[in-house]
Design a protein around this ligand. Structure first.
Ligand SMILES: NC(=O)c1ccc[n+]([C@@H]2O[C@H](COP(=O)([O-])OP(=O)(O)OC[C@H]3O[C@@H](n4cnc5c(N)ncnc54)[C@H](OP(=O)(O)O)[C@@H]3O)[C@@H](O)[C@H]2O)c1
Length: 259
């Protein structure tokens, strides 16, 4: 296992779920963090807790990754000690609604595409260029099984995650001579804030997504991300697909009434 001690890890979407778990998991390994999301209060609480628990350096700032100019400015004005990013984890993302496409609310499409696709591009573009200048780095994209298979009522979210898969593979080719690793972690059902956001705050609907089985947790996915980031330098984990034990595909799960 390669050490993460003293490395700088930039994680998007760290106020909740997989991103928050990843922040703790990398800090536990001694990495310094650059963390961002839109909810600054939550982010600052997390940053303070991590500093206190693990004694690592954490730089936290509010960022909406869909705003390209803000992303460019924020990365350019990182404090000197956080400028050399070794690992970028493109995690921030969301789904909006679960409806047949012809009944869907178009407002959600922009949010999903602007965050999951354009937001990821915005962040990757600036950080990848700084990695190329420094002749090394690792980009880990948080895709989804929705990027491996389409499912009903998921046209736009599935499209956004298929885009993440294509971006991951293309960038891996583009940077093949640049000492850059590019990976994707594609999870199935993970119990986070995701479903609550997808259903615009409807807790009941969100709970039903995970009913009858034990879903993955943010920590399970963070484990896989840390694994991916700690292989020897000659190894690239191109992709990991992570499913709950009772989930076979995006549409096939085994659910028990008692759970
Ligand atoms: N949960 C699942 O079943 C599952 C499965 C496979 C893949 N994923 C993917 O995993 C990633 C993380 O999702 P999660 O499940 O951990 O959901 P979550 O608990 O809702 O966390 C999403 C995070 O993204 C941030 N975010 C959303 N829009 C943003 C924006 N425009 N700019 C900056 N930050 C933004 C949120 O922070 P703020 O609201 O504070 O900005 C939050 O911290 C997503 O890409 C999702 O598609 C989830």
């Amino acid at each position: 296992m390669e050490s993460l001690k003293g490395k700088t890890v930039f994680i998007t979407g760290t106020t909740s779920g997989i991103g928050k778990s990843s922040a703790y998991a990398f800090a536990k390994q001694g990495a310094n963090l650059v963390i961002c999301a839109r909810r600054l209060n939550l982010l600052n609480e997390i940053a303070d807790d991590i500093r206190q628990k693990f004694g690592v350096k954490v730089y936290a700032f509010s960022l909406d990754i869909s705003k390209r100019a803000d992303v460019t400015k924020a990365v350019a004005s990182l404090p000197e000690e956080f400028k050399k990013i070794d690992i970028l984890i493109n995690n921030a993302g969301l789904g909006r609604g679960l409806n047949k496409f012809y009944e869907d609310n178009p407002d959600g499409w922009d949010e999903v595409i602007d965050t999951n696709v354009k937001g990821l591009l915005n962040v990757t573009y600036v950080i990848l260029n700084s990695m190329i200048e420094r002749k090394g780095g690792h980009i880990i994209n948080i895709g989804s099984i929705a990027g491996r298979e389409a499912y009903p009522k998921g046209a736009v979210y599935c499209a956004s995650k298929h885009a993440v898969d294509a971006i991951t593979r293309s960038i891996r080719m583009d940077t093949i001579d640049k000492n850059i690793l590019v990976s994707t972690i594609d999870a199935g059902l993970v119990e986070t804030g995701f479903s609550k956001v997808r259903f615009y705050g409807d807790e009941e609907k969100a709970k039903n997504v995970y009913k009858g089985l034990t879903p993955l947790t943010g920590d399970d996915v963070a484990d896989a991300i840390v694994f991916c980031a700690t292989r020897p330098p000659h190894v690239n984990i191109a992709e990991i697909t992570l499913l709950a034990a009772r989930q076979a595909s995006a549409t096939i799960s085994y659910r028990e009434e008692s759970k």
